[in-house]
Each structure stands twice: as C-alpha cells, then as structure tokens.
Ligand binder design. Sequence first.
Ligand SMILES: Nc1ncnc2c1ncn2[C@@H]1O[C@H](COP(=O)(O)OP(=O)(O)OP(=O)(O)O)[C@@H](O)[C@H]1O
Ligand SMILES: [Mg+2]
Length: 519
Amino acid sequence: MSTNKNVGSTDARLREAQRLSTLLDVSQALAGLDLKASLHRVLEILAAQYGAVRGLVSLVDADGDLRLVAADGTGDSARAVRYRMGEGITGRAVQSGKPIVVPRVSREPAFLHRAARRPELARQELSFICVPIVLSRRAVGALAIDVTFDPERTFNRSVKFLGIVASMIAQAVKIHRLIEEDKRRLADENAHLRQELRERYEMSNMVGGGSGPMRQIYEQVAQVAASNTTVLIRGESGTGKELIAHAIHYNSLRAKKPFVKVSCAALPDSLIESELFGYEKGAFTGAESRKKGRFELAEGGTLFLDEIGDINLATQVKLLRVLQEREFERVGGTETLKANVRLIAATNKDLEKAMAAGSFREDLYYRLNVFTLFVPPLRERKPDLLTLADHFLEKFAREHGRPIKRISTPAIDMLASYHWPGNVRELENAIERAVLMCDGEVIHGHHLPPSLQTAEASGTVTRVSLKDAIVAYEKDLIQDALKTTRGNRAKAARLLDTTERIINYKVRTYDIDARRFRS
Ligand SMILES: Nc1ncnc2c1ncn2[C@@H]1O[C@H](COP(=O)(O)OP(=O)(O)OP(=O)(O)O)[C@@H](O)[C@H]1O
Ligand SMILES: [Mg+2]
C-alpha cells in the first residue's frame, strides 16, 4: 500500500516536471515576432506534450467578434472561423471571462462544431476545455483544447495549467499589439511626411517660369520625369538645381520610393566609394559591420549626385560601371548587387573643361549627358526675378510674422539691375534680410543688402584701374597668339611683332600655361 503511494507521488512529480518543461517551451515559442506562427507553435507543443488532440486560439477583432487565429489538429485550418461574443462555448468563455469545461462534447447542445475536427476524430468522444485570454482584466480571446474523453479525468489541474498558458499568450498579444500600434503610427507619420515632401517639391511650388528659358526647364522636367532616363542638371550655384532634382523625383513613378542625395564635394576621396556602394564587415579598419551604401538606400527610387564634377577619377570608373551595367559591389565585397536606381546628377562645373584637363572621364560624361537641363542664371531670367522676389517676400513675411505688403519701385529697380552672382539663393537671402530690416509695410532700397546699394554702378559698369585693364588686355593678346601658333612661342612673338625673350618673360609673369595650347 505504502509502495503504491510512493509510486503515485513520483508520478505526480514527473507530471509536474513535464508541465514545467512544457511551459518553458511555450514561453520560448511565444518569443517569436510573428504572433500567428507563435500561437500555432504553442498549439503544437500542447499536442505533443499535453495530449491535446486539437487546439484553437481565438482573439477578439476590431469589430468585437471572435476570430480563430491559430488552429492545430483541425481538418482545414485555413477556414475563417468567427463567433459572435457570447456565441458557442468559446464565445461564452470570453464573455464571462471564466473557463468552461465540456466533459463530453457529444452531450453538449451549446457546442457549435464551427471549427472543423479531423475526420478521424469525428466518432471519438472528446472533452473540451476552454480558458479565456485576459489582458488588463478584459478577455481578449480564448485558448481551447480537445482531449480524449476519460470518465476518471478531473479538470481542475488542466484548467489551472491552461490558465497559465493563456496568461503567457496574453502577454505576447499585448506586446504584439504595441508593436503593431507603433508600426501603424510610424507608417502614418511616414505617409504624412512623404505627402509634405511631395507638396513641398511639387512643380507648382517652383516659382517662376514666366521667362522663356525657365518655362522650357519646367516643360523638360515634366517631360523627363516619367521616364527612367539619367538627368544631368547644369547651372551656376544657387540657380535651383536641387529643387529641380526633387521635382523630377516627386513627379516620377518612383515618387513613393526614396530620394537619396549625395553631396560629392562634401565627401573626402577616401569615403566616397564606401558612401556610394556601402562596405562589408572588415573591408577596412573600422568597418565593424556591413553598411549599406546610398545606391542600396535609394533602391527603387532616385539617387541625386550633387556636384558630380568633384568626384575623383577612381570613383568615376565605378560610377560608369553602375550606369552601364546597373550593378555594383560593396567595398570589400564579392557579391554583385543590382541597382534599380534612377540617377540625377548636378554640377556647376564646366565639365568640358574638366574633360580637357583630364580630371573628368569622357565616357562618364557621355553616359551622364543623356538628358541635360541647363538652368539659366538669375540675371538672364529678369521676368522670374520679380515673381521670385514676391514669393520670398510673402514666405518670409509670414515666417517672421511681419505685415509687409510690397517692394517699393526704386527697390525693385535695384533688384532688377543687380547681377546676382549667387542667383536665386542670393535673392532669397536678400529678401529675408530685407524683411527683417523692414519696420513698415513696404520694402525700401535701404533695406536691401549693401552689395545692391551700388548695383546700378557695379552691376553694369566695370570699375578697374588702367594698369589692370592693360595687363588683362596684354594677357589676352598673348594667349590668343599662343592658341593660333599651338603654343609655339617664337611664332607667337613674330605674330605680335615682338621678341621671343619678351614673350617668355610675359608668359612667366602672367602665369600663362603655354603647354595647354600644344596639340
Ligand atoms: N524656382 C524656384 N522657386 C522657389 N525657390 C527656388 C527656385 N529656384 C531656387 N530656389 C531656392 O533657391 C535656393 C537654392 O536652390 P538650390 O539649392 O536648388 O540651388 P543649386 O543650384 O542646387 O545650388 P548649388 O549649386 O549651390 O548647390 C533654395 O533655397 C531653393 O529653394
Ligand atoms: Mg545644390
């Protein structure tokens, strides 16, 4: 008798250990990121280690209905099963927040048999145990299992055990919902920011276009945006090249994908390749993990290479390859990556000159030069000037809360006669300064920057000394002669009716590079 008792308690201890190990497995299964897969795994564990012949997890959805989210041991788990709150045993368990046990399923009229059982279970007598999944004292779903009917079975322990599993599931559901909420919030925020960006760079926000050359630019932007063509934007500093690059992207089919900018001039030669193409772990000292380059970050979208005239020859070769073959490797990597990227490049450099000097590759130049947009300097866009000035006036008056209404006629004349070496950027700064200086409703001449105060003189008339003018003239004459004689100084001297000794002297003092004219 006593031996019997001992065996019994050993059995109980074994069962206890078994249950603990099952709980451990369950908690590990629930650590996954995919909630459905995790729940399914839990049901599989209950089947393998707890003798569940079928398992179900239902969760309350946004409409307040119960929806089957994981099933194991059913005929067709793919079927969408739903209960209304309070409907069937599961619905009742959730509504009441209390576990329900059906010792003999065949005798229970409330049993709905909505979730299928495997056909071979159809004739078997089963017991059904259903426990609610409770979060912050509210039932958010239910865990239910079938076990084979056993008249001797008491359900107390099972209900307790499943209660623990259900509370672990509740925690997983909670975390999952927090993550989902976060994701949704981020997605909303993202959509909002994208919308804002698009609005900001919509073509209607690009002011001007009244003048012939600018209108032509807008037409070209509209024309080229939809294609995947590489675009080269050329123009002086501050003419709006970056704005145009944005406009092309946000009016293209890639608008929803990233627009990634690389300022080539700002990156030292040693960094530019790894910035563009990324690197593998250990590619160089300090490369502690793999890093994606801008080509990868711009995948599906547009890569804007600003100041392309400044990249070194080695990088030019790599860039040429991406343009030709649409593929590249990370620095220190062997894997070849495909680049689905539209390229827009911009420069204020004279690329033809750079090519002649050997600092820009000719083949790259022709690859980039597929569709070139020349943005004219502001001084050649007089009709745009006033439209832009008005636009900036309104913008900065609003931004700084000033009640400024207009620009006086003399001030307008000053704007119009200035030569704007810094183009639209300089105009933008000048107007912002004027807005800050102005204490009334009208911008007057004296509110404009000092560089404009003498505009009428400095913009049109050159003020140089006689000596400087003569030097410039002399230098020009010698360069011309050297060009004609292809760098031959003796011939150039004869052409200018002087001696070779004097030509040599002037070439030295004026720092003329005579070799340039040899060919
Ligand atoms: N058509 C325009 N309408 C409104 N703002 C403009 C326009 N063109 C240029 N700007 C403004 O002028 C400034 C300079 O433009 P942007 O940076 O595009 O010039 P950039 O050609 O890229 O100059 P850089 O060569 O110096 O980089 C920006 O603040 C831009 O918003
Ligand atoms: Mg720029």
